[in-house]
Ligand binder design. Structure first.
Ligand code: AMP
Ligand code: MG
Ligand code: MG
Length: 323
């Protein structure tokens, strides 16, 4: 069965004062910008010069692709939406902006939809855009290319309301003829576009979690879910996509480490389809501009049966992973 599987067309219009509500214009710009950032991620990999820097040890890396994709997204959006707060994962490099990295077109596909009533009169000061220019950097450096996503999340008054995910290497194993890369987007109250959901197997429980940031708490909480299969893969965006697409029943990450820019876009798209993303206690995540960046209460994402996973979370883990 396929749900919500409308194809995202790559037609674009020139940016301008379209008169569309701010949230729609932001998503329309973010779709075009995320595609450009995805192309940058591929170009850097093809160049063979990843320029890897350790931010906080060998498990917290930054590459030239993270830096250039961040420049593309933050510069492109801030020039079009100068009054909107944009928070990106990477520190600005201080170097002159490479104008060839900028993208100012708007996706027509987005501008065609009707903005949900409650988001029609959102103002610049109500919005925070959370940017992860490259989610799954460790996997990117190790060649697990389909784990990589570009994430642009839109929060209004502290809630994730819209998201864009570009997966630059979608289809990269499919061979010649297959279109490389895809973009998915969604708005809570409207739906999601560019994703296909298959119903996950009913006779087994598949749980997905981190590949490179595991610890005792992660292991204990996964065991408590009594999974038949555990998918240890990279990227928060990639793992939420597995849940959305029915390849996993739940994404369980019972430890701090994941940040607001990792969850804002995936949460909004999952929520737009009827799923839930919370901390491991069941609390909603907050996305105000002055919120602390780490998701200290961990992450739990499901398409259904969220309360069951919350009820299985060991008390010892909950005591150690406080919101
Ligand atoms: P993973 O599932 O390991 O790919 O992590 C999802 C996201 O959270 C990625 O952006 C990681 O960089 C980030 N993350 C998770 N745990 C940590 C950690 N211990 N240190 C730094 N970043 C982390
Ligand atoms: Mg990330
Ligand atoms: Mg990142």
């Amino acid at each position: 069965m396929r749900l919500h599987c409308r194809l995202l067309l790559h037609s674009v219009a020139m940016a301008g004062n379209t008169g569309a509500p701010l949230v729609l214009r932001l998503v329309a710009a973010s779709v075009s910008v995320a595609e450009k950032a995805g192309a940058i991620v591929r170009n850097v990999f093809n160049s063979g010069e990843l320029g890897v820097v350790e931010k906080d040890g060998k498990n917290d890396l930054q590459t030239q692709a993270d830096r250039s994709a961040q420049e593309c997204i933050v510069q492109s959006l801030s020039r079009q939406f100068p009054k909107v707060t944009i928070i990106g994962e990477e520190e600005p490099t201080g170097e002159t902006v490479d104008e060839s990295h900028l993208e100012t077109r708007l996706s027509e596909e987005v501008l065609k939809v009707v903005c949900p009533q409650n988001l029609q009169s959102v103002k610049d000061e109500d919005v925070v855009v959370w940017v992860d220019p490259l989610d799954g950097t460790k996997e990117y450096t190790e060649g697990f290319l389909d784990h990589v996503t570009v994430l642009i999340g839109v929060a209004v008054n502290g809630k994730a309301v819209a998201g864009v995910i570009n997966q630059p290497y979608y289809n990269y194993k499919a061979g010649p003829g297959a279109t490389l890369g895809r973009t998915m987007w969604g708005i809570v109250g409207l739906g999601a576009f560019g994703v296909e959901r298959l119903v996950p197997p009913a006779d087994k429980r598949i749980v997905t979690t981190t590949r490179s940031h595991s610890n005792k708490l992660v292991t204990e909480s996964i065991e408590a879910m009594q999974p038949d299969e555990v998918l240890r893969v990279g990227g928060a965006g990639h793992k939420v996509l597995l849940v959305i697409e029915g390849k996993a029943h739940a994404y369980v990450f019972a430890t701090p480490g994941c940040k607001k820019w990792d969850t804002c876009a995936p949460e909004a798209i999952l929520h737009a389809l009827g799923g839930r993303l919370t901390d491991i206690h069941g609390n909603a995540l907050q996305y105000h501009r002055d919120v602390k960046h780490p998701n200290t209460g961990g992450v739990l994402a499901t398409y259904s049966d969220h309360d069951w996973y919350l009820s299985r979370m060991p008390e010892s883990v909950k005591a150690a992973v406080k919101p």
